[in-house]
Design a protein around this ligand. Structure first.
Ligand SMILES: O=C(O)C(=O)C[C@@H](O)[C@H](O)CO
Ligand SMILES: [Mg+2]
Length: 382
């Protein structure tokens, strides 16, 4: 079998699908994208196709190493997202050729179902109580929300109190009948992480995500020393080599690589194993589409330390298309009592509605995250 063609489709809300075709008619789908830089990743995918067309798609490991090493420069969000989507599509092809779901090719199930959580509250954490009440009726009991709006490098006790008051309100409304993670989303600089974590401590969130920006990772162990709240990070780390340093330094209890940003299934399966060796939980980041989610689940279902899976149903970014709009086998993604079952069809287990993808790709959005500014006009972390 030989790879014959790579075709990319940018579609709403902010996703990109990749179709890899072969000379024997087997097709694989991937989801290479960095939110807000879809066209850049698209260019990277087509540059990498020089290493792929004419090659045997079954040699995923060799193709992965060539894509990662042969171009001299490596790593980072663009190249690793391009490699991620290509890797996902190659695993999809391998599973279809062998008539097995990818999790079987990775050693089989370690669990019967996977716990998932839902976003509430949007970019500016409001209406959280209303969202939680609605989603609890749908069987969810675990949630994630943004912890703050714009926050200065040093900011007021009032801003801290506002952030904490929202969390206090949730605990007052639901007690510990629900659990939630708080995403600092890179908006909290190191000087404010300490007071904010301390003030949130009494409400015992399940975790605090990106307590500081990924480029401030040296603060993870220091912050972990002063709080009992588990710290989580990973969506802006792009390979084993990024995660290696975090594991060595300690401080992170939950790693959240994104299967469409961190080199795909091949790389994230290895990251999950590294995490397990350090007694760190694995909870893939996934605010994206169905192929990204299916790729996360393929690794979740074979990783003992997989604890929680993000999925984008109803997420505030999904304007113009919802998680399953391009999927034919919607039922396979059913969430019951906050859990999802393995996707048992061959490959990644996603039956893409290609007609709908092609149609939607004719007028793709050019999604960008908003540019936030502080009161003084300086740029604020979104
Ligand atoms: O889902 C999360 O945890 C996020 O922080 C969302 C963020 O990754 C946006 O997708 C960036 O555009
Ligand atoms: Mg996040």
């Amino acid at each position: 079998m030989r790879i014959t063609k790579l075709t990319t489709y940018r579609v709403p809300p902010r996703w990109m699908f990749l179709k890899i075709e072969t000379d024997e008619g087997v097709v694989g789908w991937g989801e290479p994208v960095i939110e807000g830089r879809a066209r850049t990743v698209e260019a990277a995918v087509h540059e990498l196709s020089d290493y792929l067309v004419g090659q045997d798609p079954s040699r995923i490991n060799d193709l992965w190493q060539v894509m990662y090493r042969a171009g001299f420069y490596r790593g980072g969000p663009i190249l690793m997202s391009a490699i991620a989507g290509i890797d996902q599509a190659l695993w999809d092809i391998k599973g279809k050729v062998m008539n097995q779901p990818v999790y079987e090719l990775l050693g089989g199930l370690v669990r019967d179902k996977m716990k998932v959580y839902s976003w509430v509250g949007g970019d500016r954490p409001a209406d959280i109580i209303r969202d939680i009440k609605r989603l609890r009726e749908g069987g969810f009991d675990t949630f994630k929300m943004n912890g703050t709006e714009e926050l200065g490098i040093v900011d007021s006790a009032r801003k801290v109190d506002e952030a904490v008051a929202r969390i206090a309100e949730i605990r007052a409304a639901f007690g510990h009948d629900i659990e939630f993670g708080i995403d600092f989303h890179g908006r909290v600089a190191a000087p404010m992480a300490k007071p904010l974590l301390k003030a949130l401590e009494p409400y015992r969130p399940l975790f605090v995500e990106e307590p500081v920006l990924a480029e401030q990772a040296e603060y993870y162990p220091r912050l972990a020393e002063q709080t009992a709240i588990p710290l989580a990070a990973g969506e802006r780390m792009f390979s084993r080599f990024d995660f290696k340093r975090v594991f060595q330094a300690g401080g992170i209890s939950i790693v959240q690589p994104d299967l469409s940003h961190a080199g795909g299934i091949t790389e994230c399966f290895k990251i999950a194993g590294m995490a397990e060796a350090h007694d760190v939980a694995f909870a893939p980041h996934c605010p994206l589409g169905p192929v990204a989610l299916a790729s996360c689940l393929a690794v979740d279902f074979v990783s003992h330390n997989a604890v929680l899976q993000e999925q984008s149903m109803g997420i505030h970014y999904n304007k113009g298309a919802e998680l399953l709009d391009f999927v034919k086998n919607k039922d396979d993604f059913r969430i019951e009592d906050g859990f999802i079952n393995p996707l048992r069809k061959p490959g990644l287990g996603v039956e893409i509605d290609e007609e709908r993808v092609v149609e939607a790709s004719k007028n793709p959005p050019d999604w960008r995250n908003p540019v936030w500014r502080h009161a003084d006009g300086s740029v604020a972390e979104w």
